[in-house]
Design a protein around this ligand. Structure first.
Ligand SMILES: *Cc1c(COP(=O)(O)O)cnc(C)c1O
Length: 428
């Protein structure tokens, strides 16, 4: 990291030179499709680098060519994102899904095997089980409850153990916050790697990154984000990012150039603005979540709370949590006493907390996984994952925690005064 300054100290200035933009303190939006070469020789040199036709010179920088390949807003954003995960390289995409699908298309070929954790984000699950399957890329799933022996057994049973190319992990699992051990997954990836073929470990760190988990430190090769969530943080854009070593990212960038799914200058500019407050936002969200998780845990209408800050330090999961994460984050799920009817009454009664999917934003959001984000998961699998009709997922924002608590309290009151038992009594 330059001068050993921390990422939050560098988010306002790193990788931007005001003298190249009339001294403007902030990077302007470079709303341009193409860039003028200072000479034909310069244009030739830029293309040689962009197409990998020769090695980069000692002091040589990549020249700007065309905004599908590079753009100042995109490059400054990628350089700044690298600081949080201490990554060598980054590629930003127009959505989290385009980051995920481009990584999978980059490292998997027909006949290959993908190992992936379940539950995973719905879009990822669909891409793996429909789009990749049609290309004869086979996927083997595992869950937070499976140990290394069970997972390796499944790889061997697939008949394609020698074609394992990518291990894809999402942890903590959405919406129940169950954890997957990245060190164990690195071990599995290594055992199926060959001298000429490393099995890459990719981690979707949307839920805890970049602040509370650094998967690269725990053996991951690639970290992926839906930058729509905490990184964007204001529910006003869609974007994604991939980070990792230079060699892997070079391959991802080439595919991005030809799929043309890089983020636009305007989206990058919004993300640069978001990054300046990333740490203060996430810390406040985490602090608020702690208050709300404590409140929910004692509530008579709450059966169970899924919150990482409440794991017992002596349990295996508690130990894994301490090893892998620096904080419990701002996502809480809980089972309300009753079922869908009670859950819906609660959701409909909230005023400050908004009923919407997505997460990680400044405003608190709430949703019902069984009928919303996870409605596409088959009922048996939903039950196995603990996604029942009484489960509610809450993404905690930056509001005053007492106001959030008052909003939850009023909604619980609406559930208890509106209960079917009492309603029947009123109706006689
Ligand atoms: C939202 C999300 C995605 C998809 O990102 P988009 O920006 O919506 O394309 C992927 N993974 C996780 C964990 C997410 O929450």
């Amino acid at each position: 990291m330059p001068n050993n300054f921390r990422p939050e100290s560098l988010m306002m200035t790193h990788a931007y030179r005001p003298e190249l933009s009339e001294g403007a303190i902030k990077p302007p939006i470079f709303q341009t499709s193409t860039f003028v070469f200072e000479s034909a020789e310069a244009g030739k040199a830029y293309f040689e680098l962009a197409y990998g036709l020769r090695e980069r010179g000692q002091q040589e920088e990549s020249g700007l060519i065309y905004s599908r390949i590079n753009n100042p807003n995109l490059e400054i954003l990628e350089d700044r994102l690298c600081l949080w995960d201490q990554a060598e390289a980054c590629a930003v995409f127009e959505s989290g899904m385009s980051a995920i699908s481009t990584v999978m298309l980059c490292f998997l070929r027909p006949g290959d095997l993908l190992l992936y954790s379940r539950p995973t984000y719905g879009g990822t699950d669909h891409f793996v089980n429909h789009v990749l399957r049609e290309m004869d890329i086979m996927a083997v799933g595992f869950g937070p409850e499976d140990d290394a022996e069970t997972i390796e057994g499944r790889i061997l049973e697939s008949g394609r153990a020698d074609r394992l190319r990518l291990v894809y992990v999402e942890t903590p699992a959405n919406p129940t916050n169950s954890l997957i051990d990245l060190r164990m997954m690195r071990g599995i990836a290594d055992r199926f790697s060959r001298a000429d073929q490393r099995v890459r470990l990719a981690v979707d760190n949307t839920y805890m990154g970049p602040l509370w988990c650094s998967p690269l430190e725990h053996g991951a090769d690639l970290v992926l984000y839906s930058a729509t969530k905490y990184i964007g943080g204001h529910s006003d854009l869609i974007a994604g990012a991939v980070l990792g070593d230079r060699e892997s990212l070079a391959a991802v960038r080439v595919l991005r150039t030809f799929l043309g799914n890089m983020a636009s200058p305007h989206t990058c500019w919004l993300l640069l603005r978001s990054l300046e407050t990333l740490k203060v936002r996430m810390e406040r969200q985490q602090e608020n979540a702690r208050h709300l998780a404590d409140y929910l845990t004692g509530h008579p209408l709450v059966e169970r709370v899924y919150y990482l800050g409440h794991l017992s330090a002596s349990s295996a999961e508690g130990q894994l949590f301490r090893r892998q994460y620096s904080g419990p984050g701002a996502m809480i799920s809980f089972d309300i006493r009753g079922g869908e009817a009670e859950a819906f009454r609660f959701l409909n009664a909230l005023k400050l907390v908004k009923l919407a999917v997505s997460l990680g934003s400044t405003e608190s959001l709430v949703q019902h996984p069984a009928t919303m984000t996870h409605v596409g998961v088959c009922p048996e699998e939903r039950a196995r994952m603990g996604i029942t009709d009484k489960l509610i997922r809450l993404s905690v924002g930056v509001e005053h925690h007492e106001d959030l608590r008052a909003d939850l309290e009023a909604a619980f009151m609406a559930v208890s005064t509106d209960s079917p038992v009492e309603k029947r009594a009123v109706l006689g």
